[in-house]
Design a binder for this molecule. Structure first.
Ligand code: CTP
Ligand code: CA
Length: 230
């Protein structure tokens, strides 16, 4: 960590980071969720603040302490995450989507707690797709020059290698940078360490060796800072 003597290269910059995993409610007490710990997003927020940025951290269902000097907005659902990220992005120099929004939500939310049927039958849950926040931000840049960063955890499959799938995802999303984790050897969820390749829409690829999430965060901000135009 660069700690107290961090370069102040993000001074005067406004950045938005999302972290954690969203919850999609079935009824007042039940939800569909995922295992995102929020560690990478919190590391990004902490390191950006240490480098002088004004940081808004949109945090979904994370049990971590707020980093010093960071404004935290708490959300639960993907729709709340979307609203908070879009609002903060309107004036931002960079947006990093480290959160794991649920891809689907139940097609209806019961106002009352769903009760078990006497006959032992179970309800079916219909799902609809959630909006793609990263694609939306990339498409409607609030102002020219905002740098947009996404994350992708890929295993590779019959249709392509991890990097093939990631390149396709980068193009589909329309972001400037995509931080790619190869999770074929096991999940990174909740782990202190991370290793990644940072792909750029300009064709660049920066390999970041296994290390802490703070170390990866520093390289991500280096790549973002290089792309600021003013
Ligand atoms: N993302 C988003 N909104 C969603 C889903 C994902 O903004 N509804 C963002 C994530 O925060 C991440 C990036 O998109 O930065 C890639 O997420 P990923 O789950 O890999 O992408 P998907 O398009 O959902 O593709 P997949 O089918 O592989 O899950
Ligand atoms: Ca997804």
């Amino acid at each position: 960590d660069r700690g107290a003597d961090a370069p102040q290269d993000l001074a005067g910059r406004k950045v938005v980071v999302s972290a954690g995993g969203t919850r999609e409610y079935l009824d007042p007490v039940r939800f569909l969720g995922n295992r995102s710990s929020g560690l990478q997003g919190y590391a990004l927020a902490r390191t950006a603040a240490a480098r002088g940025a004004h940081v808004t951290l949109v945090s979904a269902n994370v049990s971590l302490d707020a980093p010093a000097g960071v404004s935290v907005v708490h959300v639960e659902t993907t729709e709340e995450l979307r609203e908070a990220v879009l609002a903060a992005t309107a004036t931002a120099d960079a947006v990093v989507m480290a959160a794991a929004p649920a891809d689907f939500r139940p097609d209806s939310v019961s106002d009352a707690k769903i009760k078990k049927a006497e006959d032992g039958s179970a309800p079916s849950i219909g799902l609809v797709q959630n909006p793609d926040i990263l694609a939306e931000i990339s498409r409607d840049r609030a102002r020219d020059g905002a740098v947009v960063v996404g994350f992708a955890a890929e295993t590779g499959d019959v249709s392509g290698s991890v990097l093939d799938l990631a390149r396709a995802k980068l193009a589909r999303k329309g972001c400037d940078l995509l931080v790619v984790n190869d999770v074929s050897g096991g999940a990174v969820f909740g782990s202190a360490d991370n290793e990644a390749v940072i792909l750029g829409a300009d064709g660049s690829a920066v390999e970041v060796p296994r290390g802490t999430k703070a170390a990866l965060a520093q390289v991500i901000w280096d790549e973002v800072a290089r792309r600021f135009v003013d």
